[in-house]
Design a protein around this ligand. Sequence first.
Ligand SMILES: N[C@@H](CCC(=O)N[C@@H](CSS)C(=O)NCC(=O)O)C(=O)O
Length: 187
Amino acid sequence: MNTHVHADHITGTGLIKDMVPGVKSVISKASHSKADLLIEAGDKICLGSLFLEVRATPGHTLGCVTYVTGDGLDQPYPRMAFTGDTLLIRGCGRTDFQGGSSSQLYQSVHSQIFTLPKDTLVYPAHDYKGFTVSTVGEEMLYNPRLTKDEETFKSIMENLNLPYPKMIDVAVPANMVCGLQDRAAKA
Ligand SMILES: N[C@@H](CCC(=O)N[C@@H](CSS)C(=O)NCC(=O)O)C(=O)O
């Protein structure tokens, strides 16, 4: 289940599909990408007794989603949010790439993630600070970017000065894109 279409996320999909026959890939419709299952906000993806709800969280890319586990009433585990590159621990995804928007990211986090119960565990896709898990409540209190008002947030994002990844403008080869589809069907 991909949260967005950046190469550092989707590239593993083809390998997983080769290693585990029958695996179906998932990505949002809004990412304008290819996968076995195209999902959108409000969809529920069932995995046995667990389900993951899809929340649209654009901003890092146009098609970013966050996957949130069900309400857990009959589940022994806490609620979890898999935020991809939208909300990182004490940070967030950069918004200076194709389809990025700091305003959208701010709205996404505040309306779709910070409205979850405070004890929801937050599992992002990257961590640059030595953490592996946070909670919604912690990020609402300590996230140095998203605790600010929207204008301050936008200014922070405009001045991150992160290095521009060397490969970002390289076209994704067709065989890599096909990794998101059912390879058996293409053979
Ligand atoms: N080179 C730096 C930053 C790597 C980077 O740009 N990470 C992205 C996610 S992968 S597109 C990002 O959104 N970063 C946000 C941030 O605040 O760093 C490194 O490797 O540390």
